[in-house]
Design a protein around this ligand. Sequence first.
Ligand code: SF4
Length: 572
Amino acid sequence: MKILLTSLNTKYIHSNIAIQYLKSTIENKYEVKTIDFTINQNLDDIIYEIIKGNYNIVGFSTYIWNIEQTLKISKKIKKINNKIKIVLGGPEVSYDSRNILKENKFIDFIMCGEGETTFPILMDYINGEKIDLPSGTLENKEFEILGNEIFQTINDLKVSEFEYTEKYLKDKKIVYYETSRGCPYNCEFCLSSSTKKVRYFNLDRCKSDIGKFIDLKVPLVKFIDRTFNFNKEHALEIIKFIINNDKGYTTFHLEIHPTLIDNDYLELFKISRKDLFQFEIGVQSTNMETCKAIKRVGEFEDIKRVCEKLLAFDNIHLHLDLIAGLPYENYKSLKKSFNDILSIRPDKLQLGFLKVLKGSDLWLKNREYKIVYDDYPPYEVISTKWISYEGLQKVKEIEELVDKYYNEKNFYNTFEYIVKNYYKDDFSFFEEFSKFWEERGYYLINHSRDSLYKILLEFVIEKEYENIDIITELLIHDYIMVNRKIPYFLEPNLIDKNSKHEILKNDDILNILPEKYKEVSTKKLVKNIHILKYENDIIRHYNKNQKKYLIMLYDIYNSKNYDVTQKYEEII
Ligand code: SF4
């Protein structure tokens, strides 16, 4: 019996861990292969690839982002060869399985919940062994549906241990990994709240796998533990192992609950290498009524205090989440949640929109809260008792600008200057900027990175802000720092060639540059270095009326910049 386990991921660099778990449960008995496809691939190409493999069984791991394509693919596979058995598993089919089977006759089986114990029995069953259909599995028969949809939970995760082989890890940019399963919390919008019991993988096994990721230089390891630091002893042991074995290459991404971070954690994070860790923290809302309704644990002030401590170490990337469309969150309170979270100045603010997931408590309460949501995946909120469709659309546009103008860090200094000098809070800036985008139809077209700089300048000019010259110079500075080239469209003031040569010949200047530059001729050095004269001291925030200018030297190759104003005055 030949079996294919597959899934459609959102990006080529992603891979599905569930199909690896399932493969490991049957590979000693059956011929089994895994393939990771993406939702962006041509569906007919995927279908042909599957048909060519002559599989008897094709199993799909389903999620909100791939269910539509998975159903289309399954239907066509069945039309081409109706002997192939189609098995679906994963969160998207685990909670409404009977209806899904009724509506999609081409699906043969659905497995509900965690599949590591169910799957090998199901394979034996399909193979004709005289056994019963495993619990947590439904079978589509011509006139009836057999089995039950009891959600399966694995008690002993030993059954789920599979080996991360060198072959599997080779060339992987991101590896997904879990050291625990289940979540102790009960957030009403989340499916993980249905598996409250937290179970842990053996610590020695975790250390051995993590050591392998480090040795094989996997760039990013994303832990999918729902709340990584829930068990302090377990979490600290792993964090210490990572710090002690770090080889300066791999980054570990963890979802943490900040209010569980105490001094024992902070002392470790303080000494960890820059970019060894990145944390994702789901704040979701700072509105107390909302947090209470969705059963979100943790006071915002405590969250903020911990986040600020972590950010002060300047070595950990912090990614905070906010959800629009939650109960009791209207436009005004959402604005406050946005400002509260952004006031922490995280590296990234992910502004998401409520997805009413089948099986979640909010799914059951959607009538009570008058949550109108899309019938199709990802079942995104359309309006609620508290926020209108138009209000959410406005927030959606703002989210696009947050991604472009805040998260990307391409406008870091310019953004801070504008907000600080002309707006009472961050949201007010984005609201006004968004109106400008809408009036000009900018949301309807794609923009290059250069055009985003031009649009911001256009906005600033239209607003007739004082100190437009400072903003323009900050834009030039931000542009060079990110793009490693001169934005000629912003008309920067480059110092003349002769002065540049004079400066680059100077020993004091050479001493601040990387050692290897001393061996390079001035002629060659000129290519890597740009020197600009700013009419305003944009670093110390003097403007030209205070007769302070700034000479900035940019080492393009190393993305470094140096204030050489004083040296310039001495040399030139
Ligand atoms: S949102 Fe996070 S903390 Fe809340 S139940 Fe889901 S996984 Fe757990």
